[in-house]
Design a protein around this ligand. Structure first.
Ligand code: PLP
Length: 311
């Protein structure tokens, strides 16, 4: 049997959202950006990343995202030939070229690969890439109104002693399994527990409970989310007590309100857990106050950076 002819260029039959990607000094339409099939970021989930958003043409808390991205690159013993300022310029350019005002902007560092496909990670040339696509939220508009319905996952979060969740990573199989369980049970999203049965986080978000006016979020086994940090900052400003501690499923059940936080959507309410109502089953007042304060801050000069192209 004759071998098939080699193609000159790869033609991808998938459809992609609009947007701009950067790699190797070049900017592309997202649909034209290619990662090598031999990149350990793809083959081994050997990568770290960060996601910042722009809203109405300005980045939100960009300095915190850049700081976390560079400290996570260090934590994984990777290096990239770009300074923080270089990466910031690439992000501005991706958004500016995309024309998007409300964008989901991701920066990625993968282990890369080596010319010999060496198994020694030290031989790999680490890769930096970035992209800007339209802003997306974990909760859609109707879920924002009625609240997300969460289901506790029967599979636990990957232990923090194995894969450090504070280093933002692509080890998502635990969360994806949890999502399928939640969908099967009629829910929208999932909450993962750790090996001791305590609440950790969910696919792309941190979790807060509100009880008698006091906010609690898990202290460990989670990503130190920038939106989580923003909730602490907002609580400080409006004098609402908020602390990080141990949170159990029973605490969630007894809570007046539960909500989740993510760059992808900001603050989002949870109104049922395992089909049981949280509080009275409606979106709570403390959540609503904090959500409003969060979006108001998108106009505050100290927390925003205008996209250069739009300045
Ligand atoms: N936890 C996990 C596992 C995440 O992937 C994310 C964001 O993607 C978050 C929490 C929330 O972090 P941030 O507020 O920085 O977006």
């Amino acid at each position: 049997m004759a071998l098939p002819a080699l193609s000159e260029n790869h033609t991808d039959p998938q459809a992609y959202p609009p947007g701009i990607a950067y790699m190797d000094g070049q900017y592309f339409e997202v649909s034209k950006a290619r990662v090598s099939i031999l990149d350990y970021g793809f083959l081994h989930s050997d990568a770290t990343y960060d996601v910042v958003h722009t809203w109405d043409g300005a980045f939100f808390r960009l300095d915190l995202h850049l700081e976390r991205f560079f400290s996570n690159i260090d934590a994984l013993q990777m290096t990239i030939p770009y300074s923080k300022d270089d990466v910031e310029t690439v992000l501005h350019n991706c958004v500016g070229l995309s024309g998007l005002k409300d964008a989901y902007v991701e920066m990625v560092c993968t282990r890369g690969t080596s010319p010999s496909f060496s198994r020694d990670p030290r031989d790999a040339v680490n890769r930096f890439m970035a992209f800007a696509i339209p802003f997306g939220s974990i909760a859609n508009p109707s879920q924002m109104q009625r609240g997300l319905h969460a289901v506790i996952s029967p599979t636990t979060r990957i232990p923090a002693s194995s894969v450090d969740p504070s280093v933002k990573n692509y080890h998502w199989l635990d969360m994806v399994q949890g999502l399928y369980h939640a969908y099967g049970a009629g829910g929208d999203t999932t909450i993962l527990l750790d090996g001791d049965g305590n609440v950790t986080e969910g696919p792309g978000f941190n979790i807060f409970s509100v009880r008698d006016g006091w906010l609690t979020t898990p202290v460990r086994g989670v990503l130190q989310g920038i939106t989580r940090r923003t909730v602490f900052d907002l609580c400080g400003e409006i004098d609402v007590p908020c602390s990080a501690g141990i949170l159990t499923p029973a605490d969630l059940e007894a809570a007046d309100e539960v909500f989740v936080t993510s760059t992808a959507g900001g603050l989002m309410p949870i109104t049922t857990i395992n089909a049981k109502r949280v509080g009275d089953g409606t979106v709570g007042p403390i959540f609503s106050t904090l959500k409003e304060a969060y979006w108001k801050k998108h106009k505050a000069p100290e927390w925003t950076t205008k996209v250069r192209e739009y300045a």
